[in-house]
Design a protein around this ligand. Structure first.
Ligand code: FES
Ligand code: FES
Length: 184
C-alpha cells in the first residue's frame, strides 16, 4: 500500500503524518491525530456528522482524502472555543437545547459557523436550507434552528466570541466538544 507524508494544520497546530493513499480525512483527524470531536456517521456524504472547515470551507471530511488536504488549514469542533470562552454557536446550542445525543452536533456547528459567516442574518428558512446536508435523528431540528438564530443575534451584537481564533491546545479535554467516541 502506497503511503504519503503529508502536513495538516489543525486548529493552528501543524502535524506531519504518514497516511495511506486511501485514508479519509475524517479518519486521519480522528485516528491519527486524535481530533475525535469530528464524528463519522454514514461515510457517504449524507449525514454531515464529519463536517470540518478545510481552508475556510465547510466540507464533509468523509468525502476528502487526507492526501488531498496536504498543506491545508483545517478547523475542527475542538477549534471553535477560544480557550475557556465558548464560540457563539456552542453557547447557543447549549442555551437552546440544540442537541440530545450530540452525535450530529459537531457537524451542525461547523456548518452553522460557515453559514453565519456567509449570511450573518439568515431567516429560519435559510438556516434550514443551510443545514440540509446535516442530519439529526434526535431533535426534530426546531431547537437547532433556534440555536443558529440565537448565535446569529449574538454575533451581530458582538456579545460573544466569533471564534476567529483557535484554541491553543486543540486536543485538550473540552466538555463543550461532543465526542461521539467510536464510529457508528
Ligand atoms: S460521515 Fe461524512 S457525511 Fe456522514
Ligand atoms: S442530537 Fe442526536 S443525532 Fe442530533
Amino acid at each position: 500500500m502506497t503511503e504519503h507524508d503529508i502536513t495538516l494544520t489543525v486548529n493552528g497546530t501543524e502535524h506531519d503524518l504518514t497516511v495511506e493513499a486511501r485514508t479519509l480525512l475524517a479518519h486521519a483527524l480522528r485516528d491519527e491525530l486524535g481530533y475525535t470531536g469530528t464524528n463519522i456517521g454514514c461515510e457517504s456524504s449524507l449525514c454531515g456528522a464529519c463536517t470540518v472547515h478545510l481552508d475556510g470551507e465547510a466540507v464533509k471530511s468523509c468525502t476528502a482524502l487526507a492526501v488531498q488536504a496536504d498543506g491545508a488549514e483545517i478547523r475542527t469542533v475542538e477549534g471553535l472555543a477560544d480557550g475557556d470562552e465558548l464560540h457563539a454557536i456552542q453557547r447557543a446550542f447549549q442555551e437552546e437545547h440544540g442537541l440530545q445525543c450530540g452525535y450530529c452536533t459537531p457537524g451542525m456547528m461547523m456548518t452553522s459557523v460557515e453559514l453565519l459567516k456567509e449570511n450573518p442574518n439568515p431567516t429560519r428558512e435559510e438556516i434550514r436550507e443551510g443545514l440540509e446536508g446535516n442530519l439529526c435523528r434526535c431533535t426534530g431540528y426546531q431547537n437547532i434552528v433556534n440555536a443558529v438564530e440565537n448565535a446569529a443575534e449574538s454575533l451581530r451584537s458582538g456579545a460573544v466570541a466569533d471564534g476567529g481564533t483557535v484554541a491553543d491546545d486543540p486536543t485538550a479535554d473540552d466538555p463543550t466538544t461532543t465526542d461521539g467516541g467510536e464510529s457508528k
